[in-house]
Design a protein around this ligand. Structure first.
Ligand SMILES: *Cc1c(COP(=O)(O)O)cnc(C)c1O
Length: 360
């Protein structure tokens, strides 16, 4: 068996220890004679799995008691609708457009009310985060929405926007658990787990209790009401059981690694290796403004499309997978999530140096 260095933006690399443990437990989970995939979601065994997952996540993120944690399905994209359906009271949402995911969320919200684009970085292909210190926040806004880490473009908010007292809603899909955050600054934090946390099929929603009500838009499906899911402890219907189990294992892995402060250090170290090289390279260059660089997704180009394609091809042959940039941006992108070891980035940089010597 040999494993590649997987730089995919998602579904993405998972910790090897977690995969091995899951393999060992595949046929017989803790002596119960069946796989987690085969057990009832109403069983004591599964209740323990989901309870432990929530407890460990609360510990990792230091989630205050007045927030609920929901394990849902439908991916991050389903939340684009669920958020306005649940949170629209005045039917006004303010959106900051920093890339395709924020834009999709904004467009979806328009189906349900007035969705304002209050800032955007579309003018420079989303290569920066707009100044969010004094935005034209709508007086009636039910919330201000951001996509905190822009997976496709490789930018991140190093500082949260000034929402002028309005509830902050954040899509953290591609920076979930990559560093400590102050949950109390948000009304809703959500993310698809397939970028940095677990297998596709689970979306985690962390939501302040006062935002969970029966006062939702008329016609909101039962399944999309946060109240339904919160009241049922994420077990209103069959949840994505196996995915939740793997997320739980990743939470334990993160705790054993020292938690999110240690993870931040680990991620910053990897990002620095790559950015330092990009800044000194004669061939490769990063595509976003330095002050807004993500430590999770690192896009770069040579400036020559043919050379980009050759790089991706040769990198693949050398065991570095999924370095092709998003289809809308081109070039390359290295996603260096929690589970990417430092050696993976060191070896990638060494490979890039070799490539540069041959082609610069
Ligand atoms: C991948 C991604 C999404 C879409 O996630 P799905 O689970 O496929 O719906 C949304 N937002 C961000 C930031 C992403 O990276």
């Amino acid at each position: 068996m040999s494993r590649v260095y997987n730089f995919s933006a998602g579904p993405a690399v998972l910790p090897e220890e977690v995969l091995k443990e899951a393999a060992e437990e595949m046929l017989d989970y803790q002596g119960c004679g069946m796989s987690v995939m085969e057990m009832s979601h109403r069983s004591k065994m599964f209740q323990q799995i989901i309870d432990d997952a929530e407890k460990d996540l609360r510990e990792l993120m230091n989630i205050p008691d007045n927030y609920k944690v929901l394990f849902l399905q439908g991916g991050a994209s389903q939340q684009f609708a669920a958020i306005p359906m649940n949170l629209f009271k005045n039917k006004v949402g303010d959106y900051i457009i920093t890339g395709q995911w924020a834009k999709k969320a904004w467009q979806e919200a328009k189906l349900f009310g007035k969705a304002n684009a209050i800032a955007s970085s579309a003018d420079k292909t989303f290569s920066y985060i707009p100044d969010c210190s004094d935005l034209p926040i709508d007086e009636d806004a039910d919330y201000v929405y951001i996509c905190q880490n822009n997976t496709i473009y490789g930018t991140v908010y190093h500082e949260l926007p000034n929402t002028k007292g309005k509830t902050l809603v954040a899509d953290v899909s591609s920076c979930f658990l990559s560093e400590p955050i102050d949950v109390a600054k948000y009304g809703v934090i959500y993310g698809g787990v397939q970028k940095n946390v677990g297998p596709a099929g689970v979306v985690i929603v962390i939501i302040r209790e006062d935002l969970i009500t029966d006062d939702v838009l008329p016609g909101t499906p039962t399944m999309l009401k946060y109240k339904t899911q919160a009241d049922a402890g994420s077990l209103y219907n069959t949840p994505p059981c196996y995915g939740i189990y793997i997320c739980g294992k990743v939470f334990k892995w993160l705790k054993a690694k020292g938690g999110l402060a240690a993870m931040k250090e680990h991620n910053e170290k990897k990002a620095k290796l790559l950015y330092d090289f990009l800044d000194s390279s004669k061939l490769f260059k990063g595509t976003v403004e330095k002050k807004d660089r993500s430590i999770m997704n690192v896009p770069f180009v040579t400036g020559d499309e043919e050379l980009d394609a050759l790089f991706v091809k040769e990198a693949k042959a050398a065991g570095f997978e999924n370095l092709k940039g998003h289809r809308t941006v081109g070039g390359m992108r290295a996603s260096i999530y929690n589970a990417m070891p430092v050696e993976g980035v060191e070896k990638l940089v060494a490979f890039m140096k070799d490539f540069e010597e041959k082609h610069a």
